[in-house]
Design a protein around this ligand. Sequence first.
Ligand code: GLC
Ligand code: CA
Length: 576
Amino acid sequence: MKKSLPIFILLSLICCKMAFAQAVQSHTDTIDRKWWKEAVVYQIYPRSFKDSNNDGIGDLKGIISKLDYIKSLGVTVVWLNPIYSSPNDDNGYDISNYRNIMDVFGTMADFDALLKGLHDRHIKLVMDLVVNHSSDEHEWFKQSRSSRTNPYRDYYHWWPAEKGKPTPRYSFFDINSDAWKYDSLTNSYYLHYFSRKQPDLNWENPKVRTEVDDIMKFWLDKGIDGFRMDAFQYVAKDTTFPVFPPGYEKNINKYYGMGPHLHDYIKEMNTNVFSKYDIMTVAEGAGSTLEDAHNLVDADRHELNMAYHFEGVDITNKPGGYTLLDLKQVYTKWDKDFEDKGWLAIFMANHDNPRMVSNFGNDSPGFRDLSSKMLTTFLMTMRGTPYYYNGDELGMTNIGFTDIKDYRDVAALNGYKHVVNTGGDVQHYMQELRVRSRDNSRTPFQWDSSENAGFTMGTPWIKVNPNYTTINAADEDKDPNSCLSYFRKMVSLRKVNLVLVYGKYNLVDADNPNVYAYTRELDGKKMLVLLNFTAKDATVTSGIDLSKAKVLIQNYTTPINQNHLRPYEAIVYQMN
Ligand code: GLC
Ligand code: CA
């Protein structure tokens, strides 16, 4: 089973010593201010956001109809998951035409209207750039597979069968976990790190890199504001395909990530494209060491603006479970290492992970609301650009399908077939999926309490979470104490307090197993964040003097009790 689950589940944690630097204040005049550092990014999964024509699939017109809602959140950037033409083997991460809109999502005119609608509201648009692979239905691949001498042959990685079987390579989504697919047409194997319908592009071919530059320019010239670069750490490959040691797939980023010439390729993109526009670029994945991450994002290298590492989300896969001390250690380590140089993204959920509140909080009725607000407080008060996934502002939860027929994700479905074919423990696999599947976060957005949560009047492509009757935007909009109202307040708090963006982070009461407490400091302004990560009362060290502290926001509506925190209580104080 493990072999067929996606990377996000497989990555092992990097061990690293924590270094607690002395508290030193940061100053605005020495800060390299950038709009993309001060941004709050809202990720929209178009397929599940809003359906405008009742075919059961979210679309661009649907997003357009919700622009005022998006604006009301206060977010400043929208990141759209792929909307290009695609046969949808992996929900748009298999692109058959990079310059077209997927039929079910709408037309280029809809796209232009969406971009204008966002810009009119002073919201920027970042698109997904999926160029580690294309769809096998892309014209390049059709040409490439047609003959060994076709001019597009070298757009992909081919291995002639007369050389024998290629060196084993692990595939995230393949039924047999095999990244080489035999193609009888030319008696050769092609490489696919993801599904068979996602052949890997050959970045070692300069023509491929020029094609990608041109695709980026096409969208940037339309006025978009940047790219989220999908699986980007994998694009560069050692095409001699050396043998990897047994078990390498358990530490996949070390073997697949940061291949030869990756930095040359990014520098080339920067020179040819990025540097000509005022845009943001963010890499999915940050290699397997802190140094790898710095090499991607340190400003003086002129490569990318930021990257997101997986250590934060992957902590929930730690065998035997993780503790709050582990979580603090991970976030503190990354913050300290990037406090002087480089910039990171911060997130706790996305379309590849379970719902934030189910994964890191507590989605039982008594604590869902509080723990969701607590996690929102965390994301909005850490350094690094926060990426917030649509629906998390409502405290949407995992759906936890128990029947394989309800799943839609290629990773889940192929993983299931693998377990069945190999006689594995199907029951265990289903239990894992229920908690970990990416479909948990892909259920339709819960707009209101009408049928199908107001997402569609047709049959939704994936089931709606039945809790929409109580968890939905319309009800939360009316309630000043809802998750939604809290998210809006938290976003505006971050936007008006540069200290929350750039301020120095210092852990307080580091060994407290229940409370995550830290200060942020900038130009003499100091804030203190207290977060009880447990369902029990907790105490934060009495060493903190709260006598002059002013509460800026809290997730309970009843008075605060000094150093005692109630279950999942979150408080942000201004200390001076
Ligand atoms: C990235 C995407 C994921 C996709 C994969 C292949 O990890 O976030 O959704 O399945 O790349 O493109
Ligand atoms: Ca539709």
